[in-house]
Each structure stands twice: as C-alpha cells, then as structure tokens.
Design a protein around this ligand. Structure first.
Ligand code: ZN
Length: 558
C-alpha cells in the first residue's frame, strides 16, 4: 500500500483519555495477573491507534503546512496531547501498583523499569513548576525562531546564515558568524534571564521530588535505565584521553590544507579549500545508487528498500509550504516507515539515504515487536542504527560522489570525530550548571570557556563578536529545551565509530554485530544490547582507544 493511499482518521484524544482512565480502574479491580495482562495489551492497541493517526496527520501536515485540514489536525494533537499523557501516567501507575506481582514478570523487564523511572519524574506538587518551565522553553524557542541578523545589507532570519557559515570563502564565513554574534548579543541578557529562570525552576522541581539538584531528575526524564552521572564522567575521561588529541591533530592538518594558522570558530566546519564534496547526478541517479547499494549490502536491506519504494515512502524534494527539515516517521499499524527530507544538492542529501534510512531499516527489522515503545530504544541506542549505517555505506560512496568520494569519507570521519568533544562540552556544561544553580551568567560563560580550552584546545574564539565571551552555548537549543540530551549523540557516535573500526578488520563480523544490535530494538537497556552484540561499552576505561587508533590510520589513508 502506498503511504499516500492510507486513509486518515483523527484519533479522538478525549475518548482515548477516558478509555485509558477506565482501563486503569479495571486493572486495579482485576482478579488475576492474566486479566491485567489483557488490559495492558488493550492499552497498547489504543495507543498504537493514536500514534498511527497522529503520525500520519503530522506527516501530511509537514508535507504541506499550508494545507488547512492537516494544519488543524496538527493543532488538535498539540492541544489535546497532554490530556493523554496524564491518563497514560495513571494507567502506568496502576500497572506498577498491581496486587499481582506476577504481572511484572509477564511484561518485559525493561518496560517495568522504564515505567518506574517515568513515575519518578512527576508528582502533583511540581505541576505548576512544569507549566512555568514549559513557558520558559516556549519563550526561548520563540525568541530564537524570530531572531534576525543583518548580513550583506539585508535583514535575514538567523537560520539563513547557515549556508554562508559553510562557505568555502573565509571572509564570508567570518562575516556570517559576526552577523550571528551581533544578533545574539542584542538578546543576550534576555537569554541569560530565561536560562537562569529555567535552572531555578528545574532545581526547585528536583528538590520537591527529593533530589539535591536537577541532574538525577534530568537523567530520569531521559529514561536513563543503565548509566548514571558517574558513567558519563568515565566517558568524558575517555574522550579527553583518546578523542581530543586525535581531533587536535586532524584540525592541525585541516588548517594546513586551508592555508590558515589557527582554526577560528568560523573555520571549525570547513575541511576543504576546494569546497565541500557534493553528490553527482540527478535525484533519480542518487536513488538508483542508493537502491544498488542496499541491494548489494544484504538481501534484507534490498528487500526493505524495495518495500519503501513501492510504498512511495520517501518525499525528498523541497516544495513551497513543505517543512524544511528531515526525519523518519513510523506508522505502527501499517508497519510502515516514512522518510521526509529536502534535497538541496549537498552531501546532506546522501546522508538522508544512509542516516534516516538506517532508522527506517531498524523500524522495519523490528516491525514484529509486541510493545511498540520497545521498538527502537532510547536515543543513544536508536542513533547507533542510523550513524553506523552511514559507515556501512562507505563502500558505495563512489556511486554518489564520483571523484570526490574520498573527500566525502574524509569529511564524514572528521565530522564524526570532532562532534564528540563538542557534544561532551554541551553535556558537561549542564552538569556544572545544575550542580551550581546560583551561578551568575558571567560565571556560566567562564565555565564554558574553560571547557572549550580542555576539550577543544585547537579552537580559537578570537575576533568573533559576542561568542568570544563564552556564550556559544546560548545557540544550542537542546541546553534549553531537552536538558542532558546531547550526550546520547556522543555515545551513539562512539558506537558507530566502533562499527567502523570492526569494518576495517572484518566486514561480515561488523554486519552481523550490527544486525544483532539493531534487532534488539529497545528490548534491553543500551549497555545490555552492547554486551549481547559483543561491543564495548563507551563507559569502560580506555573504550575509545582502538577507535582512535583506527581512525588515525584511516585519516592518513583517505
Ligand atoms: Zn537520527
């Protein structure tokens, strides 16, 4: 069935709320664990129906945000979604408080563990604080979305500066960063005030829930079920020992190639003086290359790609009214992934066909899962599916980039490596901020600069208006919107690099481990899946040294 042929029907969220509340009551009154299990399965069916309708409505809205019907549907889910969250919470509580402990043995262990974590994040005593927190997040998001910059004699939305920041011409890049810095400076005090408020609200909520500061609550909100702040600290030490020196070397070599003496903030994303490698050929040719790649990669990926194309489950051309990002969405009841993107002639087009397809392939492999919430796992798990697929695609890079295939692989490896110290700073910064909720804005900036010196010693902030004060964190939306989220990407990237490491030695072994990793979905915690798939935990001492050694060899070869 084509995705466009699927009939859309609104999920009635008020009815769903009532149904879930009734199920919770029935569960509490039930006379056996078996009866309760049947009620749990009923709630799974209800939420699958809702998620399928919600995802389909959202896909149609994103494909054409000017479509009045689907714009209304989008607003409807936005407005009434919170109703269902509360009812879901009640149902989960009834499951946890069951008088038949056998029920918990009938459910996957991780589901019960995750439910306990979710219960810890909420109590009626913090309802008002949550509202205040949401209001502060919205205030920040709106401020950032409406921010404009003066560039080249024109007033532009800040997002339009991105392409100039990526220019091969150094003075253009510098001017774009300058323009961004000036725009941020104009709102800097406001952003500090919003963040200060957020830190205090989150700290107060955490204290009411019995914590000393926000960190443990932040971890609970991210449903961290197998690692804690001490593990993340161990990961940071691994980054410092093995990744930071390697990135410093590759930055020195990039500076040499670019003919500059220092990597300034505005040079940090630039790798080639000749401009970035871009895919060759038309969109059809790019898709043909992707089809060939997945056919040759394995019988299962070939079959999956055929199903995706038959269902017309890709929408990749930009159009007026279409949302500008890229993502994979999944229609549970149809077992159908869908990929939305906006091809623009850059290497990012190919990334869609490796990264997003990696997510979609994971959903396809786990389409038979009994509990959809365990299909893909937490973000640190799910991002391995996609980031590792990007490396498995390396053998077919020539089909996309022709003569510049090697440049693409080099850029890909450099970007994967240099992201890790940055992401680690973003995470470490938040630990320090929430441990010291009374810091002043100037003290926070000083912390940021200190972390920069430690984790990105090769990077100079000189001569970049405003950002030289240590304010670059203000543009990282995750810090405001999803606390402690960023480390997920660092962990996933380190596992993806582990796959690249194994790939260099034994392709079959790497692929077998990948399939094993992906096939667990989220049915085990992240570290549990790593152990089952025979991969090293990024929290182990020295876990990144082999990756760094292989990457260094590869960098010399590419
Ligand atoms: Zn992803």
């Amino acid at each position: 069935m084509k995705v466009s042929d699927i009939k859309y029907e609104r999920a009635d969220l008020e009815k769903l709320k009532a149904d879930l509340e009734k199920l919770a009551e029935e569960l509490t009154a039930a006379s056996s664990a078996e009866e309760q299990y049947r009620l749990v399965m009923k709630s799974v069916a209800l939420s699958s129906d809702m998620q399928t309708a919600g995802a389909l409505g959202e896909i149609r809205f994103l494909l054409n945000t000017e479509d009045e019907f689907y714009a209304k549907e989008h607003d409807y889910y936005d407005e009434f979604g919170p109703l269902v969250i509360g009812a879901g919470h009640k149902f989960t509580k009834a499951v946890l408080d069951t008088k038949f402990p056998e029920l918990h043995k009938m459910l996957p262990e991780i589901m019960v563990a995750n439910a306990r974590i979710a219960q810890r994040t909420y109590d009626d005593s913090i309802a008002e604080l949550l509202k205040q927190e949401n209001a502060a997040v919205t205030e920040y998001s709106k401020l950032m979305a409406s921010m404009t910059a003066e560039f080249d004699g024109k007033t532009l939305p800040v997002s339009m500066l991105e392409k100039f920041k990526a220019s091969g011409d150094r003075s253009t890049r510098k001017a774009a960063w300058e323009a961004h810095g000036k725009a941020m400076e104009a709102s800097g005090d406001k952003i500090d005030e919003i963040f200060d408020r957020m830190v205090k609200i989150r700290t107060e909520a955490a204290r009411r829930l019995g914590h000393e500061n926000f960190i443990a609550l932040g971890y609970d909100r991210r449903e961290r079920n197998c690692y804690n702040a001490a593990d993340v600290k161990a990961f940071r030490e691994n980054v410092l020992k093995d990744i930071v020196p390697l990135v410093a070397k590759l930055k020195a070599s990039a500076a040499q190639k670019l003919g500059i003496d220092k990597i300034k903030l505005y040079d940090n994303e630039t790798w080639f003086s000749a401009g970035e490698p871009a895919p060759e050929g038309s969109v059809e040719q790019i898709f043909d290359a992707a089809k060939k790649m997945y056919k040759e990669m394995s019988p299962s990926t070939g079959e999956f790609m055929d199903i995706m194309l038959e269902a017309e489950a890709f929408d990749v051309l930009p159009r007026k009214g279409k949302w500008g990002g890229g993502m994979m969405s999944y229609l549970i009841n149809y077992k159908q992934p869908f990929i939305l993107a906006n091809f623009n002639g850059t290497a990012a087009d190919v990334d869609v066909l490796t990264h997003e397809v990696g997510h979609a392939y994971a959903a396809y492999l786990n389409r038979g899962v009994v509990f959809p919430e365990l299909m893909l796992g937490g973000m640190e798990t799910a991002e391995v599916h996609s980031m590792a697929m990007e490396f498995f695609a390396w053998d077919w890079t020539d089909g996309f980039f022709g003569k510049r295939a090697n440049d693409y692989r080099l850029k890909h490896l450099c970007e994967s490596l240099h992201f890790i110290p940055y992401g680690t700073i973003v995470d470490y910064f938040q630990h320090i901020v929430y441990e010291n909720p009374d810091m002043t804005p100037a003290e926070r900036n000083a912390v940021w600069l200190e972390l920069e010196r430690e984790y990105r010693p090769y990077l100079s902030f000189e001569e970049t208006t405003y950002f030289e004060k240590g304010t670059v964190w203000q543009i990282k939306q995750h810090i405001f919107e999803l606390p402690f989220y960023h480390i997920d990407y660092c962990l996933a990237q380190s596992i993806a690099l582990q796959f690249l490491d194994i790939l260099q030695k034994d392709r079959k072994n790497a692929w077998d481990k990948y399939i094993k990793f992906v096939s667990y979905g989220g049915t085990l915690p992240f570290t549990g899946i790593l152990a089952e798939a025979g991969l090293r935990s990024p929290f182990d001492t020295g876990a990144l040294s082999s990756i760094a050694a292989t990457a260094e060899k590869l960098l010399k070869k590419l």
